[in-house]
Design a protein around this ligand. Structure first.
Ligand code: T4K
Length: 383
C-alpha cells in the first residue's frame, strides 16, 4: 500500500482534550491537598456532576469501563450463563468470564446491530441468570423488549453502554434502563477521563458492594468481605473528567453537524447504508458507522478501507473479528457461525468513519469523495 506523503493523517477519533492550563490549575489544588486517589474531592465532584448529567440516582466511578463491568456483574451475584452479543469489543465478554460466567452468544438485529430480542428467549435455560446487551455505536437496544423478557424469566439486564454516554430512549436517559449500565470514559469516547468508566444502577444498596469490590473487598471496618480488586478512578482522571464534561455540549453540536454532512453526502451512494441511527438530542454522537454491501457498491469493505488508508484516512472495522470467532470463544456451542448469520455478515461489512468535533468540513468531503469515487469506479467497470 502506498501512503500519501502530503496529506495529514485522519484517525477514527481524537480525544476531546480540555486546555492544559485548566487541567494544571485544577491539579494544583489536588497537589496542595496531597489526596491524589481514593475518593478525593475531584472524584466526589465528578461523581455528582455525572449523576446530574446522566440523570441517574446511583452512579459509581471506576478506573476504566472494563473494570466497571467486571465489578458490576460481580455485584449482581450472577451464576451460570449470560446471554450476550458477539458483535462487541472483547471487554464485554471478558467481563463475564472474569466472573466465572459462561457467555451464550445471541445473533444481532441487522438494522441496529444490537442483540436480536426475538432470538433471546430460545436461548434461556435454567442456568441463565442475565442478559448483557450492548448499545452498539450508540444505537439503543430494544430496551422495552429486554425489560419484558427479563421480568418474564426473572433474569437481570445489564447494558454495556460504552458508546452510550448522554443517550436517551423514548425521552428517558439511557442509564435508567435495566439493572445496570456501564459507561466507558476511555480517551476515544466522547466524554473521556483518559481511562475511566462508570456504572449506573437501579438499586441504591448496590453502591456499598461496588465500593467494596473496587477497593480490595474491604468494608468500612477494614475487613475483607468479598473478593475485590483495585478499580478506583484517581484524582488526575477526575480532574480531566470535570473539565471535559464542560466541553461535551459544544462537541455534541459539532458532531451533529458532521453527522449531517456525512448523511448529505452518503445517503444516495448505492451500497452504503448508514448505521448510526439515533437522532439529534437522543444520540450519543459516539461513532459514525456505515455498512458496505459489496454486491451493490462494487467493492468490499476491506478494499475500501485500504483505499482510504492510501490517503492517510484511518477508518476502523469495529468490531472485528466477531467475539464468537476468537480462538478463545469459538468452541462454545453458541458460537457456531450458522446460529449467528447477521453478526457474521455485519463483521464483514461495517466500517466506522472518522468522527470527532475537530474534523474539518473539507476532510469530511475528502472522505466522502473517496467513498463515492470507489463506488462509481466499480459501477463504471461493470457497465
Ligand atoms: N465495551 C465496548 C462495547 C467497548 O467498545 C469498549 C471499549 C469497552 C467495553 C471497554 O471500555 P474501556 O475499558 O476501554 O473503558 C479503542 C478503545 O481502547 C476502547 O476503549 C474501545 N472500546 C474500542 C472500540 O476502541 P482501539 O484498540 O481501537 O484503540 P486505538 O488505540 O487504536 O485508538 C483508535 C484511534 O483513536 C487511534 O487510531 C487514534 C485515536 N487515538 C487513540 C488514543 C488512545 C488518539 O488520537 N489518541 C489516543 O490517546 O480500542
Amino acid at each position: 500500500m502506498t501512503l500519501q506523503k502530503n496529506s495529514k493523517s485522519i484517525y477514527v477519533t481524537r480525544p476531546l482534550l480540555p486546555s492544559l492550563s485548566k487541567i494544571t490549575k485544577r491539579l494544583e489544588a489536588v497537589w496542595k491537598s496531597g489526596q491524589v486517589t481514593n475518593n478525593g474531592d475531584a472524584h466526589k465532584q465528578l461523581k455528582e456532576q455525572l449523576k446530574q448529567y446522566l440523570e441517574v440516582e446511583n452512579l459509581s466511578l471506576f478506573a476504566n469501563g472494563t473494570m466497571a463491568l467486571i465489578a458490576g456483574i460481580k455485584s449482581l451475584n450472577l451464576t451460570g450463563e449470560v446471554i450476550t452479543t458477539p458483535f462487541t469489543f472483547p471487554a464485554t465478554v471478558e467481563a463475564l468470564e472474569w466472573n466465572g460466567l459462561t457467555p451464550v452468544f445471541c445473533d444481532i438485529e441487522p438494522r441496529s446491530l444490537t442483540i436480536d430480542v426475538s432470538k433471546i428467549e430460545a436461548l434461556i435455560t435454567d442456568k441463565t441468570s442475565a442478559i448483557l446487551a450492548v448499545h452498539v455505536f450508540g444505537n439503543p437496544c430494544d430496551v422495552e423488549a429486554l425489560d419484558r423478557i427479563a421480568k418474564k424469566h426473572n433474569v437481570k439486564v445489564i447494558y454495556d453502554g460504552a458508546h452510550a454516554f448522554g443517550m436517551y430512549v423514548n425521552g428517558k436517559p439511557i442509564g435508567q434502563y435495566g439493572d445496570m449500565t456501564m459507561f466507558s470514559f476511555h480517551a476515544t469516547k466522547l466524554f473521556q477521563t483518559i481511562e475511566g468508566g462508570a456504572l449506573t444502577y437501579r438499586s441504591q444498596s448496590t453502591e456499598e458492594t461496588l465500593s467494596q469490590i473496587k477497593n480490595f473487598g474491604l468494608n468500612d471496618d477494614g475487613e475483607v468481605v468479598l473478593n475485590g480488586l483495585n478499580g478506583k478512578l484517581n484524582e488526575m482522571q477526575a480532574v480531566v473528567g470535570i473539565e471535559t464534561l464542560l466541553l461535551v455540549p459544544e462537541e455534541r453540536k459539532k458532531r451533529q453537524q458532521i453527522k449531517e454532512w456525512y448523511e448529505q453526502q452518503l445517503l444516495s451512494v448505492p451500497g452504503i447504508r448508514i448505521l448510526t441511527l439515533a437522532e439529534e438530542s437522543y444520540s450519543s454522537y459516539q461513532y459514525f458507522a456505515i455498512e458496505i454491501d459489496e454486491n451493490i457498491y462494487g467493492m468490499s469493505r476491506d478494499a475500501l478501507l485500504e483505499e482510504l488508508a492510501k490517503e492517510n484516512i484511518f477508518a476502523r472495522k469495529y468490531f472485528y473479528p466477531l467475539c464468537s470467532s476468537f480462538r478463545w470463544y469459538r468452541d462454545l456451542l453458541s458460537a457456531k457461525t450458522e446460529q449467528l448469520p447477521y453478526a457474521n455478515a455485519a463483521v464483514k461489512r461495517v466500517l466506522v468513519l472518522p468522527f470527532y468535533g475537530d474534523l474539518a468540513q473539507e476532510d469530511i468531503f475528502r472522505i466522502c469523495n473517496i467513498l463515492k469515487e470507489s463506488c462509481h469506479a466499480q459501477v463504471g467497470e461493470r457497465l
